[in-house]
Every structure is written in C-alpha cells, then in structure tokens.
Design a protein around this ligand. Structure first.
Ligand code: AP5
Ligand code: MG
Ligand code: ZN
Length: 216
C-alpha cells in the first residue's frame, strides 16, 4: 500500500502518519524529518537545505527526489509506505510515478487533509515534540497525560522546530498554495485523490483516514 498524505503545514500529516504507522505497520517517510536530520548532522544535503527551510521555501526537487529514491529501496519499504510531505511539486509527483513504475507499483491513494489557513498558524506555533522519540504534542490541543513527561517514552526533554515561528509559517503557507496545491488536480485526474476534513478533532481525522484505507 502506497499512500500520500497531502496538506498544508500543520494539517496533521505527521500526527496521523505516526498513528497509521503504529496501527497498520507501514513505515512513515517524512522528507521534512529526513531533511531536519540532515541539517542536525551537518551533512552536504543538510547544508544545502537549511537556507530554504529557514525561509519556508521548498528545497530543490533534485535533493528530495534523490532522498526518496534511495529511501524506498530499503527493506522496511517492501510492504508499502506512507509519504508525509512528499511529493510537494508536480515535478516530484512525476518523479515518484516513474520510480514506482520501475517497480510495477503505483500510488494507491492521496489523502488531502483540508484545513483552514487560520487554524494552521495556531497549530504550528503551539507544536512541540519529544526530543527522544519524536512523539508530537501541542500546547493546548494535545498535551502529554502527565505534564512535562512524554506519553510514549517517559522522556522529559522536548523540542520545537526552528521553522515554527509565525513569519516562516506564513511563507510556508504561500509556498503550499503556489507549488503544492497543483498536485490536487494532478492526482484527481488519476482518480486517486480522497479529501478528508482536517478541521475535525485528531481522533476523528484518524477515523476518516482509516475509512479511506479500509476501502482500498
Ligand atoms: P515538513 O516537515 O513537511 O513541514 P510542513 O509540510 O510544513 O508540515 P508540518 O510538519 O509543519 O505539519 P504536519 O501536517 O505534519 O502537522 P502536525 O501533524 O505536526 O517540511 C518542512 C520543510 O522541509 C519545508 O518547509 C521545506 O523547506 C522542506 N521540505 C520537506 N519536504 C519537502 C519536499 N518534498 N520538497 C521540498 N522541500 C521539502 O500537526 C501540527 C500541530 O497541530 C501539532 O502540534 C498537532 O498536535 C496539532 N494537530 C494535528 N492535528 C490536529 C487536529 N485535527 N486538531 C487540532 N490540532 C491538531
Ligand atoms: Mg510534519
Ligand atoms: Zn518520547
């Protein structure tokens, strides 16, 4: 099963991908997480990507396509994967189709998570994650059961993303509308686009996604 989660910054792609990964055992491939790891490790890719990420702009197609092309060859992708934050341009979508076609595979569903722009800024500026296991939280929408302690691993270390500030969020949203939204007609034309209401609460969004996946 090859699934794409498509939606603007803060739509809930990462939150839902973690849930699907644990309930269905398919691996989450987040280009944002991979690029942040590259930046933290100061790799060549990380050095090239940082400037774009800090500005809320897209990293070049060449870099992210290269990352995904390598990643989907790994053993844990054999039974399918869930793409979070890729593709983000029509060129990336076409490259993905070519990569999959070489393996006699195709994208099974693209799940569009529709959320109003106004809600996104609040979601992103309130977001933080566990520094140890990467579990996601929010200042008001999704707090750990015990304040200051990660539900999943018990760590008390949390972190916030460098690009989760108001100015960068506005730029990320503009980038989404200009460069990523054209993927909607692209996938709708292929008959794989499923749109869900991303404004609903987190559990309800999970239910909607499960309904789409069960129907495949
Ligand atoms: P990336 O890491 O992909 O960031 P993004 O697309 O901006 O999306 P986010 O991770 O911010 O949002 P999300 O949808 O995962 O939301 P989340 O579940 O965390 O990319 C970062 C950068 O890397 C890009 O700007 C670009 O520079 C580069 N990049 C990455 N991929 C690239 C590519 N393919 N090509 C080129 N460049 C690329 O939820 C957000 C918050 O809201 C959380 O706190 C959560 O608890 C809360 N929340 C979630 N769902 C709900 C809900 N239903 N109700 C209330 N609160 C909710
Ligand atoms: Mg994310
Ligand atoms: Zn944790």
């Amino acid at each position: 099963m090859i699934i794409v989660l498509l939606g603007p910054p803060g739509a809930g792609k990462g939150t839902q991908a973690q849930r699907i990964m644990s309930s269905r055992g398919i691996v989450q491939l987040s280009t944002g997480d991979m690029l942040r790891a590259a930046v933290a490790n100061q790799t060549e890719v990380g050095r090239k990507a940082k400037e774009f990420m800090d500005a809320g702009k897209l990293v070049t197609d060449e870099i992210v396509i290269g990352i995904i092309a390598d990643r989907i060859e790994e053993e844990d992708c054999k039974n399918g994967f869930l793409l979070d934050g890729f593709p983000r341009t029509v060129a990336q979508a076409e490259a993905l189709d070519d990569l999959l076609e070489n393996k006699n595979l195709k994208v099974d569903a693209v799940i569009e998570m529709k959320v109003d722009d106004e809600a996104l800024v609040d979601r992103i500026t309130g977001r933080y994650t566990c520094a140890e296991c990467n579990a996601g939280y929010h200042d008001t929408n999704l707090k750990p059961r015990v304040a200051g302690v990660c539900d999943s691993c018990g760590s008390t270390n949390f972190k916030r993303r460098a690009d989760d500030n108001r100015e960068t969020v506005v730029s990320r949203l503009e980038t989404y509308h200009a460069q990523t939204a054209p993927l909607l007609p692209y996938y709708s034309g292929k008959g794989v686009l499923k749109t869900i209401d991303g404004m609903a609460d987190i559990d309800d969004v999970t239910t909607q996604i499960n309904e789409v996946l069960d129907a495949l």
